[in-house]
Design a protein around this ligand. Structure first.
Ligand SMILES: [Mg+2]
Length: 275
């Protein structure tokens, strides 16, 4: 009997460990490593060095969707929100602590709490843009969905603006926060929303934590190697027009891996001469 109880405890411990370990290192890195905010500052400081030239040069655009005659259009910069401007690592940490996974219901609760922090360097850079008269847009896959107790079809928009206000980003209009499903064709793929902004603005720069914040067609059903090739194609844009914040916790980089992800690990292979 004792042996059975011991085995049961052992199995339970093993299964709990497996679940809670998922994402542990990634969230720890974001929440404790000095290297993480240093990376974020690196991105926003690089942008700050280039932004005045981008504003002054009417031939400058940072969006692949900008195929119109844009030289006379007013300047704008597009940001993703989550893990680009807003730090949701507390939500991710809670999932690790509870041994649970992402669910729209718990995520929506978190959005409603308006307690996301700010990514290092983001608030200062956005304030600089606003002072220079550059229009600031957010294209986010935070999703418009009805919430019990709210009459609004999209309470998430107000939550997000209030959260930004609390962090020191004010003056953001609802029309400048483009959420997923706010309109029927505003889907996870962000290309359509970038094109929508490109019609009326000269898009100077893009900020994101996911390749999909910059390039269309890289979020689903695409091999990791192909994504790397595509990112490499645009190597001149990184750090000049496109600024990416590291996100080891989640993203389309992980979604495109088929299960089990460990099959993608490339270990050491002995050379023929050593065999
Ligand atoms: Mg994001």
């Amino acid at each position: 009997m004792k042996r059975c109880i011991y085995l049961a405890v052992l199995l339970l411990t093993a299964s709990c460990t497996a679940r809670t370990d998922h994402n542990l290192n990634s969230v720890l890195w974001v929440q404790t490593a000095a290297e993480y905010p240093a990376n974020c500052h690196q991105a926003y400081n690089s942008a700050l060095m280039n932004i005045d030239a981008a504003i002054a040069d009417s031939r400058w655009t940072g969006a692949l969707e900008q195929t119109n005659d844009f030289s006379d259009l007013p300047p704008a910069v597009i940001f993703d929100l989550d893990e680009t401007v807003l730090d949701n690592s507390a939500y991710q940490a809670q999932l690790v602590k509870e041994g649970s996974g992402f669910q729209l219901s718990s995520w929506d609760q978190w959005v409603g709490m308006r307690q996301a922090g700010s990514i290092a360097g983001a608030v200062e850079f956005i304030n600089y843009l606003q002072n220079q008269g550059v229009e600031v847009f957010f294209i986010t896959n935070r999703e418009c969905r009805k919430r019990s107790g709210s009459a609004s079809p999209c309470p998430q928009e107000k939550d997000t603006i209030e959260n930004l206000n609390a962090l020191g980003i004010s003056g953001i209009k609802g029309s400048n926060v483009l959420l997923k499903n706010e309109y029927a064709d505003w889907v996870s793929e962000k290309q359509g929303r970038r094109a929508y902004i490109a019609e009326k603005y000269r898009i100077l720069m893009l900020f994101g934590d996911d390749l999909g914040d910059f390039i269309p067609g890289v979020q689903n059903d695409i091999a990791p190697g192909k994504r790397r090739e595509i990112a490499e194609t645009y190597h001149a844009n990184w750090g000049t027009k496109w600024f990416i914040i590291p996100n080891p916790m989640y993203g389309s980089w992980y979604k495109v891996l088929k299960t089990p992800p460990s099959t993608y690990l490339q270990g050491v292979t002995a050379k023929d001469s050593e065999k």
